[in-house]
Design a protein around this ligand. Structure first.
Ligand SMILES: [Zn+2]
Length: 214
């Protein structure tokens, strides 16, 4: 049985039409119903989205208490806003920090963290220095799917690097390298603020070129 990936809400980021100094953004919020009965939620939107998330989970027959693992690809407010809904989870993984209540694991992300045999969390610094991505194998959306947070802002940022660079990058050099690396590991990407997309060889060549930092 494949692992089911449900994008509950695709992320977006657009200039605020009424305020030139601001952006309107929210993250992609993704549920993985893994084949071994593990429910994983990746990125939990802003604190104002609680009802939306509960309703979207319900349409997939999942209650907040049924979530076993919460992953926030990084600690920004549009990716962590509803962690408090999932206090039944075994682990809360915020970037490279893994915890439950007051217990904090000392885990070294030089080695990917395995949630199960087919789902793992990889260190992919760049947008923030402790960003992570989730890679799931054997999925409905592809053989290997990357849920990458803001490592990829949206599909269009492959052709136009200024999109991810201007969205903020604590380490652009590392981010460019990790963007290429992830593209070699997956065939489908769910970016932080856009629709999921298939990874083509043409995209991989462009990402490789961009990973040689100028
Ligand atoms: Zn974001």
């Amino acid at each position: 049985m494949p692992n089911e990936i449900h994008v509950l809400f695709p992320g977006y980021s657009v200039p605020d039409p009424e305020d030139k100094t601001a952006m309107r953004a929210n993250c992609s919020c993704t549920l993985i119903k893994a084949s071994n009965n593990t429910n994983i939620i990746v990125d939990t939107m802003t604190p104002w989205d609680k009802r939306k998330i509960v309703e979207a989970l319900a349409t997939r027959d999942v209650k907040p208490d049924d979530i076993n693992i919460v992953v926030n690809t990084h600690g920004h407010s549009d990716h962590t806003g509803n962690n408090n809904l999932f206090v039944n989870a075994e682990w809360l993984i915020v970037g490279e920090c893994i915890s439950q209540r007051d217990k904090y694991l000392t885990y070294n992300f030089q080695v990917p963290y395995k949630i199960n045999d087919e789902v793992e969390v990889l260190s992919t610094p760049g947008h923030t220095i402790s960003c992570v991505s989730v890679i799931a194998s054997n999925c409905n959306l592809g053989n290997r799917v990357g849920i990458c947070g803001d490592l990829f802002e949206k599909e269009e940022d492959i052709a136009d690097c200024s999109i991810w660079r201007s969205a903020g990058s604590e380490d652009p050099e590392k981010q460019a390298k990790n963007r290429y690396k992830i593209s070699t590991l997956v065939d489908y990407i769910i970016p932080g603020h856009g629709m999921g997309f298939k990874v083509t060889d043409e995209m991989r060549s462009k990402l490789k070129e961009d990973s040689i930092y100028k």
